[in-house]
Design a protein around this ligand. Structure first.
Ligand code: DGP
Length: 122
């Protein structure tokens, strides 16, 4: 999958579009989701050009991968949700309804989030 630099998160990274930033370091940027689906809903994105989780895993350097996942943990701690609990989720591709083609992890928290996904009819 090729990376399209015109996606909305690339624009946020370049400072062309504002965001409600909660954390930033050399490897990651975290900001509040514009359409929150939980009392706490934050997106964490790597700074490099990766379209999805599998693209990130295949092409990012070890340093980028470590830096990114350390940032995800740091954000959860900074948000104060580690004790009560939180969920991280990454949508990849059409069946998962990925809307923005820049790899991102959602952090959901702030209420009982229920089971992981709805059971499917067999
Ligand atoms: P998905 O690609 O399906 O994992 O979800 C993308 C999420 O990004 C969705 O929850 C809404 C959010 N989003 C889309 N555009 C913007 C934006 O311009 N700013 C912010 N903060 N969030 C956005």
């Amino acid at each position: 999958m090729s990376y399209d630099k015109s996606n909305i998160f690339a624009k946020i990274l370049r400072g062309e579009i504002p965001c409600d930033r909660v954390y930033e370091d050399d490897w990651a940027l975290a900001f509040r989701d514009i359409e929150p689906q939980a009392p706490v809903h934050v997106l964490v994105i790597p700074k490099g050009p990766y379209a999805s989780s599998d693209d990130f895993a295949a092409r990012a350097t070890g340093e980028e991968i470590i830096g990114f996942f350390r940032a995800v943990g740091r954000v959860a701690r900074d948000l104060g949700v580690v004790g009560s609990g939180y969920r991280i989720l990454s949508n990849c591709g059409p069946d998962a309804h990925q809307e923005v083609m820049h790899f991102h992890v959602h952090i959901f928290a702030g209420k009982d989030l229920g089971r992981m996904i709805k059971p499917v009819d067999k």
